[in-house]
Design a protein around this ligand. Structure first.
Ligand code: ADP
Ligand code: MG
Length: 293
């Protein structure tokens, strides 16, 4: 697969902070690429340099092997983390207005379908719900039928249902063979949508790969939990298990052996859960702090 974007030694220094610190990666055509990390990790700075919005202090971004340039703006679509919409315009009028900014555009009817806007086309921008607003902003990012779409935390602050709806739209876009670059601090979102992820912390890359690869590479174990009331304290102590929120938590690479042990000790398995590690667990393992801190 062809690389659409190549980022080499990208660095952005502000007066007293290195927002992005020597980052390298490539993005393959037609994939969904996730830039992950907590607030302040450097996601927005990285994506805005890729979009040509801000300049790097060092390093270079290549778009189909050419250094990024002004002409690119016709070929990319951007959904900013914070965007002001014009007051007193309806969704339909906003789409019409943005269509006039570009030479080549996608039919508005197609956008309405793709981003599921039909229910609120005549509504004033100010009256949109959070999820509707993000759907409109996504449509605006797609208006010039770009090859590549940049979405900076598109689902932050949405309720779970609205987030799920938005995920479906991103899948629709991917199905049209577009490349999607997404930032998020929701690890479940990245796991659902992204073919490849780059996890950042304090401006540096701490992990890179497909979610599956990364999890296989860093974890042999799974997590077993069961109600603490079913497990004698002496046993918990003997095996060094953890108790958290009235659950005994057992980390094990050998599920059969652990279950056999519990059965041999006559412990009830009622309410037992087995959980595979996810990207949140990976972040915790790599940094020693959890993502929401
Ligand atoms: N214009 C700026 N001037 C000074 N510092 C900035 C500026 N923009 C971002 N930063 C700092 O750079 C770091 C990375 O910010 P950002 O890229 O917005 O992170 P993220 O999007 O992952 O939350 C933060 O410490 C932030 O405070
Ligand atoms: Mg940001």
């Amino acid at each position: 697969m062809q690389d659409v974007i190549r980022v080499e030694n990208l660095t952005k220094k502000y007066k007293d902070v290195i927002a992005v610190d020597g980052v390298n990666f490539t993005i393959k055509k037609g994939t969904c690429f996730g830039l992950l990390g907590p607030n302040g990790a450097g996601k927005t700075t990285t994506i805005e340099i890729m979009e040509g919005i801000i300049k790097a202090s060092e390093g270079q971004v290549y778009y189909y092997d050419k250094a990024i340039n002004a002409a690119m703006s016709q070929q990319i679509g951007i959904q900013f983390q914070h965007t002001a919409l014009q007051d007193f315009l309806s969704v339909q009028e906003t789409l019409n207005l943005f269509t006039s900014f570009y030479q080549h555009t996608i039919a508005i009817s197609e956008l309405v379908e793709l981003c599921d806007l039909s229910e609120f086309l005549n509504r004033d921008n100010r009256l949109l719900s959070g999820g509707q607003r993000q759907r409109l902003l996504l449509a605006l990012a797609l208006i010039n039928d770009p090859d590549i779409v940049f979405l900076d935390e598109p689902t932050t602050g949405l309720d779970p249902q609205a987030r799920r709806n938005f995920w479906q739209l991103i899948k629709n876009i991917k199905a049209r063979d577009k490349t999607v670059v997404l930032t998020t601090h929701y690890m479940d979102e990245a796991q659902q949508l992204c073919d490849d992820v780059l996890i950042m912390d304090h401006g540096k890359v701490i992990a890179r790969g497909s979610p599956r690869q990364l999890l296989n590479q860093h974890f042999q174990e799974v997590f077993i939990s069961l109600p603490a009331i079913q497990v004698p304290d002496a046993l918990v102590e003997h095996y060094g298990w953890h108790i958290n929120a009235q659950q005994v938590e057992i980390t094990t690479a050998d599920v059969e052996a652990t279950l056999s042990l519990l059965l041999a000790k006559k412990i009830s398995l009622t309410g037992l859960h087995i959980k595979s590690p996810n990207l949140d667990d990976l972040f915790l393992k790599l940094t020693g702090h959890s993502l929401r801190d």
